[in-house]
Each structure stands twice: as structure tokens, then as C-alpha cells.
Design a protein around this ligand. Structure first.
Ligand code: ADP
Length: 560
């Protein structure tokens, strides 16, 4: 705009001079062009754009043009057109509130000047003749017209550039979003296969190790095997933590509710806590409200996971004293509010570190705790699981004295029988039992890994069952055609025909005759349980196979 101004000004100067228009404008016009050149210099070379704009508008608009109006013909000249151009200039160049101030000032000034020219024509200098008036109006019209067209074209051009940039940015954002979604999907696939790939060999390690513990009499071998078991279990728990964490992060963690036996969870926790009690020499006490109902509706697996996290922390971060696990319930109509609290006499938590407690990968008191194993994920996962169940983890702690972690969940009551009504003391129950027997029961186990089949058969070798094996889906179909089985264990991932396809084939040939089919899977991802049940499996057992769960499953489905 300023460049157009300079060219226009010079053009006006030349025509005024050449045509010998005597309107006393030569000096003010030269001054205007001079000021414009200085301001262009300030704005571009000195980067003082705003100052230059304000100076341009005030100097030209408020001083130079009024004086040119008075000395150059008033309204009998092209000056009113210039007034208009200046106001357009001001509205584009000046920013913020100052724009409205200066534009209003100019409007008032120019209207005042026109009124003044009407009332006091004697103070104005006019052109000598009409030809000059027409000349001046003509050249002003051309110049102001060119300026206005340039300004509007330029603004439209800038607008189209901004529009194109915005379109490109939007396209890029869309592409970035697609990339992120693809990466996230790839992460899920990676996690699913990692879960499968790692859990399978871990299962073999744990099961084989269990066989060593059962069969070896050698003290030193048993000692080594105990260490293998401890390390493998802790590795498995780290893998599980990382998988859980990734699942929660990617929003794929679902709460799966079903009917469950509250006493069974508490018994399991008591078993695990007693092992920890023996390992650490700490005192462990469990106080359970006898008025709690026995069967409720909720996600027992996740509640157990939260409780085990808290209890394992309590044992980890307590050197002497005791760990107390309390469970209380308040019934209201159909629901029971169950409060769980784990209290320890351990190291406690500094008030200033309380905020870091639930952050992922954060551990407190690092120097003091450097010998204690942990990833800093447990409490984060626990709290987020509780959030998914509409609860939250709360902590009361005194540094150096101990901590109490507690939470409350609301569960629907399914069976109001009191929790201890048929309670048997499980204190003497051995961790590894192999007393289960089902003489003559026909079992088929299908897995493409010979090692997995070996593990499965070894776990059940004292059960007196007839265990047939098949290394593929088609082999399994052949076996079922020839013999009636009481239960079939079918691996998920197999080459050629996988577990689901094999089940479909068995159903298609109508040779199952109500035989329960249990899916064996290392794929621990969420939603799988419903998926397998929907696919027609009776139940599923996750690998690495825990002997206790396998036994429970056999008791459940072989009972008749
Ligand atoms: P970690 O795997 O490190 O145990 P958690 O998320 O379970 O991770 O716990 C985070 C941190 O909170 C721990 O590193 C520890 O410093 C602190 N903490 C957890 N439980 C207790 C407790 N019962 N007493 C004292 N500090 C605890």
C-alpha cells in the first residue's frame, strides 16, 4: 500500500507540475512522498511496523491532508476522495483499539473541515478555473481507485494464502491423526502377540519348575528351583503390570462383571498373604466382617488384583511389625458397600511425596527403597482399575510409622448367605496339591507345542485319567470322531486350523455330544473371555496353566 502511495504521489507530483495545476499542492505533496519513503524505511529496515503505521496515519491523515484540503480547493477538488482513502488506510494499518480511535478522529476532523469550508469559504484557496478542478478530481479518482483496488486485491490474496495454509494444516493434522491411530493399532497388535509370545515360554518355565519341585529330593536342586520360581513369577508379574498399564493407557481395559464368591477371593488372598508372612516373618492378621454376603456381582479378578497389589506393597515396605487386612460391609437394599483396608507398620510416606504416589513409573524414597523390587506401576494401575469400578484408592500414612491404603466398592448382592456359614479353615492347605483323581475319565488335550502337552500331562499325571493328545486341529477332529471324551482342552493359536476353527469343525460334524471344550490361551487381552464364550467354548483357561485352576476346572466340568 505504501509503495502504491509513493508511486501515486510521484505520479501526482509530475502531472500537477506538467499540467501546471496551480493549487499550491506541490510542497505538501512532496512532503507526503518524503514522509512515506521514511516510514517505509522505518517499517521494513528497522522493523517498526506499528510505529510507522501510526505515524503515517497521524502525520498524513490528521495534519497533511487537512492542510492540503484548505490550500488545495476544499470540496472543489479531489480531496474528499483522499479523505476516504486515508480512512481505509487507517482501518487496515492500525491495530487494536487505537484503530477505532484514530478512524473516528479522522471522520470527525474531515466532517468538521467540510462544515468549516461551508461556513468560512474565505479561509480556503481554490483552483483558478474549472479545468483544474476537473483535472484534480480526475487524477485523484484514478489514484484512489488504483489504491483501493490494490488494497482489496492484496487483502484477498493474503486471505487466500491463509486459507490454503489452514487447509494444508488441517490435512496434515488429519494425516497425523491417522498415523497415530495406525501406530496405536500396531501397538495393540504388538502387545497381543507379546503377551502370547512371552507368556507361553514363561508358562513352560513355571510348569517345568513345578515338576522339579514335586519330583526332586535333592536339597540344592530344590533351592535352585525355588529361586527360578521366584524370579519367573516376578517377571510374569512385571509383564502383566506393563500389559495392564498399556491396556489402561489405550482405553482397552474393561471391567468384566460376573457373579463371584467373596469368600473364595478372601481365601486366595489369605493363602498368598500367609506365604508372604512366612517369607518376611511379619505378623499378618485378617479381620473379615461376618455379616458380609457370600455371593456378589462385580469384577472379582480386578478387585483381587488391587488387593494383592496393596498387600504385596505392605509386606514389601514394612521391615518389622504387622500387616492387617480388614474387610467390612454395609448393606443397603440390593447392594453391599464393601470396604477393604490394608494397614502396615512400615516406612510410611512423606506428606510431600503423597502426590507422586499414583503417578506411573514413580517410586518414592528411591535411595531407601533401592533394594526393593518394583516398577512404580502397581498403585497407578490399582487406582485406575478402581476408578473404572467407580471407586478410588485412599491413603492415610505417617512417615516412619506406617500406612493404610483403603477403598470401597459397591457390589450387587446375589446370595445373602453369610460369608462364614460354610467356611472351612484353609490354613493347612498346601500350595501345590496333586490329590485330584478321576479314574477312567477321558481327556483330550490339543496343542501344537509338544512341550505344552508335556507340561499339561505332567501336571495331571497322578490324576489317573486317560489323557489323549493331539498336535493339530485336524488330528483332534479325528480323535473326537473315534472316541467320546469327557472334557477337551483346545489350544487357541495353532497353525492351519486354530482353536476356534477346530471347535467350528467339531460342531459342524456334530460329534461333540455336550462335551465341555475349554480354550487354552496365552492371549490375556481384555474382551477375550466374552469372545471365547460367544464362540461356543464352555470356559477358558489362561496359560501359563496354574495347577489349582486346572484342577478347579476339572472338578467343575467332570463332576457328573
Ligand atoms: P512399586 O512397584 O515401586 O512398589 P507401586 O506403584 O506399587 O510401585 O508403589 C509406588 C511407590 O509408593 C513405591 O515405590 C513406594 O515408594 C510407595 N509405597 C507403596 N506402598 C507403600 C507402603 N505400603 N508403604 C510405604 N510406601 C509405599
Amino acid at each position: 500500500m505504501s509503495v502504491v502511495g509513493v508511486f501515486g504521489g510521484v505520479f501526482s507530483l509530475i502531472t500537477t507540475y506538467m499540467m501546471n495545476i496551480k493549487n499550491g499542492q506541490l510542497i505538501p505533496m512532496s512532503l507526503a512522498v518524503g514522509i512515506l519513503i521514511i516510514l517505509i524505511y522505518l517499517a521494513n529496515a528497522r522493523h517498526m511496523l506499528n510505529l510507522a503505521a501510526v505515524m503515517l496515519c497521524t502525520l498524513m491523515g490528521l495534519f497533511l491532508l487537512p492542510s492540503m484540503f484548505l490550500s488545495g480547493g476544499g470540496i472543489y477538488s479531489g480531496m474528499p476522495l483522499w479523505f476516504l482513502l486515508v480512512i481505509v488506510f487507517e482501518s487496515i494499518l492500525i491495530e487494536g483499539k487505537l484503530k477505532y480511535f484514530i478512524c473516528s478522529l479522522s471522520l470527525i476532523l474531515y466532517s468538521g473541515l467540510i462544515y468549516f469550508a461551508y461556513v468560512h469559504p474565505e479561509f480556503l484557496t481554490y483552483f483558478e478555473n474549472d479545468a483544474m478542478v476537473f483535472m484534480d478530481v480526475g487524477q485523484s479518482l484514478v489514484f484512489v481507485g488504483v489504491c483501493v483496488v490494490s488494497i482489496i486485491s492484496f487483502e484477498l490474496y493474503m486471505y487466500s494464502i491463509a486459507l490454503k495454509k489452514a487447509e494444508t494444516a488441517a490435512k496434515e493434522a488429519e494425516r497425523a491423526k491417522e498415523d497415530a491411530q495406525r501406530a496405536n493399532a500396531a501397538k495393540s497388535v504388538f502387545l497381543a502377540s507379546m503377551s502370547h509370545e512371552i507368556r507361553t515360554p514363561m508358562g513352560v518355565i513355571l510348569s517345568m519348575n513345578e515338576m522339579i519341585q514335586r519330583e526332586s529330593n535333592q536339597e540344592s536342586v530344590l533351592d535352585y528351583s525355588k529361586d527360578v520360581s521366584a524370579s519367573a513369577t516376578s517377571l510374569l508379574s512385571i509383564i502383566n503390570d506393563i500389559l495392564d498399564f498399556s491396556k489402561i493407557e489405550s482405553g482397552k481395559m474393561n471391567i468384566i462383571e460376573n457373579e463371584y464368591d467373596l469368600r473364595a477371593i478372601l481365601d486366595d488372598i489369605a493363602d498368598i498373604a500367609r506365604v508372604k508372612k512366612e517369607e518376611t516373618g511379619l505378623n499378618f492378621e485378617m479381620k473379615v466382617d461376618p455379616n458380609l454376603p457370600r455371593k456378589v456381582f462385580g469384577d472379582d479378578l480386578r478387585i483381587k488384583q488391587c488387593l494383592l497389589n496393596l498387600i504385596s506393597n505392605a509386606f514389601k515396605y514394612t521391615q518389622r511389625g504387622q500387616v492387617i487386612f480388614e474387610v467390612n460391609g454395609v448393606k443397603n437394599n440390593e447392594n453391599v458397600q464393601i470396604s477393604f483396608a490394608v494397614t502396615d507398620t512400615g516406612i510410611g510416606i512423606k506428606p510431600e511425596e503423597r502426590d507422586k504416589l499414583f503417578s506411573s513409573f514413580e517410586r518414592l524414597d528411591e535411595t531407601k527403597n533401592k533394594n526393593i523390587q518394583g516398577t512404580g506401576l502397581g498403585l497407578n494401575i490399582t487406582n485406575r482399575l478402581l476408578n473404572l469400578m467407580g471407586s478410588k484408592l485412599e491413603v492415610d500414612s505417617t512417615y516412619g510409622k506406617g500406612s493404610c491404603f483403603h477403598f470401597t466398592v459397591s457390589q450387587k448382592i446375589i446370595d445373602d448367605t453369610l460369608i462364614f456359614e460354610t467356611h472351612k479353615d484353609r490354613e493347612d492347605k498346601k500350595t501345590i496339591s496333586s490329590t485330584f483323581k478321576a479314574p477312567g475319565a477321558n481327556v483330550l488335550v490339543v496343542d501344537d507345542s509338544k512341550l505344552n502337552i508335556k507340561v499339561f500331562c505332567s501336571l495331571l499325571k497322578n490324576s489317573e485319567m486317560n489323557i489323549d493328545t493331539a498336535l493339530s486341529g485336524s488330528e483332534a477332529v479325528g480323535a473326537v470322531r473315534d472316541k467320546k471324551y469327557d472334557i477337551i482342552f483346545l489350544d487357541h493359536m495353532m497353525p492351519e486350523m486354530d482353536g476356534e476353527e477346530t471347535l467350528d469343525k467339531l460342531k459342524e460334524e456334530n460329534i461333540l455330544n455336550e462335551t465341555p471344550v475349554i480354550m487354552l490361551t496365552a492371549n490375556a487381552l481384555v474382551g477375550m473371555k466374552e469372545h471365547f464364550i460367544e464362540a461356543g467354548f464352555t470356559d477358558y483357561l489362561s496359560k501359563p496353566i496354574e495347577y489349582k485352576l486346572l484342577e478347579e476346572m476339572l472338578i467343575k466340568y467332570l463332576n457328573k
